[in-house]
Design a protein around this ligand. Structure first.
Ligand SMILES: [Zn+2]
Ligand SMILES: [Zn+2]
Length: 299
């Protein structure tokens, strides 16, 4: 509380000194979300949950992922101020609630929600188990492998490379802008969720990242779902390579520990993945548990 007031005061002081009137008003409102334009017509929205990307065109606004109902509404209100076109298409990178719970906010705004067929199956399975089907807006268009469509002057190409963070993660590439939303296939310097209940597999995830690293070029700008404190949700190919190495290090560390006779509980006491010290903060038990289970099953 005190820290928040202090931050606001120092921002206001700074604002009064260096910003125009309109900008000072924005600082005072203290918006909880952030919109960053990556090009003239493609931007990202961050608030709570997985990073949202959006694309403006004459055919309408395309949105990738939807966070939660309340944050999706913030996005909708902001995009309506920025662009007069109607909403055209919503794409989900995968089924997790921090990417699809906000779909429902688009219920009366668009007719098309698109996702990989496994993402839809996972979303339904989880919603039925949680008795939350009335809170879902399910994809009404699905695909298995690839999907392509021209939207305005952009070509959007979606690729599915196999099981990874779930069994339904896709990469959505804006060909012309050369921007790719990779969803939760990359956690930039943050320990990932590995959703084995939805078909996740770390060994396959590493192969998926290999495919992505081959498929896109050195100029591609990647947008990922989550990042650690102080790190961006956008980056070039090195962001993918670093996370690829991290997953390899998780498997290697777990494998070495198992070979040394360590129990699962002992392995979970680790506070750092050797070789990937940049992955800090909580959640290290998530990838280690998944790696342990995966390697136990394989053995
Ligand atoms: Zn997520
Ligand atoms: Zn996820």
């Amino acid at each position: 509380m005190h820290r928040r007031i202090f931050l606001q005061n120092s921002l206001l002081t700074l604002g009064a000194l260096t910003l125009g009137k309109e900008q000072i008003v924005k600082v005072m409102i203290n918006e909880p979300w952030k919109i960053t334009m990556l090009t003239d017509n493609i931007g990202i929205f961050t608030e709570r949950g997985g990073t949202i990307a959006f694309h403006f065109s004459k055919e309408g606004i395309t949105v990738i992922d939807a966070q939660f109902p309340d944050t999706a509404q913030h996005l909708i209100d902001e995009l309506k101020k920025k662009n007069e076109q109607p909403f055209h298409l919503l794409i989900n990178t995968h089924h997790h609630g921090d990417h699809t719970a906000g779909n429902i906010a688009f219920k009366d705004l668009l007719n098309r929600v698109l996702a990989h067929e496994n993402s839809l199956a996972n979303q339904k399975r989880v919603a039925i188990a949680n008795k939350s089907e009335d809170k879902q807006l399910y994809p009404n268009q699905t695909f298995g492998g690839t999907w392509k469509e021209d939207i305005g002057k952009e070509k959007i190409a979606i690729n599915y490379f196999g099981a990874a963070h779930t069994n339904g993660d896709v990469i959505i590439h804006f060909n012309h802008a050369n921007i790719a939303h990779v969803g939760d296939l990359v956690f930039n310097r943050r320990h990932p969720f590995v959703d084995r209940s939805a078909g996740a597999n770390i060994q396959s995830w590493i192969k998926v990242l290999d495919s992505a690293i081959k498929k896109y070029d050195d100029k591609t700008l990647f947008v990922c779902g989550h990042s650690g404190s102080g790190y961006d949700v956008t980056g070039k190919k090195d962001m993918l390579l670093s996370f690829h190495d991290y997953l390899n290090n998780v498997l290697k560390f777990t494998n070495d520990e198992m070979k040394a006779g360590k129990t699962k509980e002992e392995i979970l006491k680790a506070t750092e993945i050797p070789g990937s010290p940049e992955w800090k903060g909580d959640g290290i038990e998530r990838p280690l548990t998944a790696a342990f289970e995966e390697l136990s099953n394989a053995g």
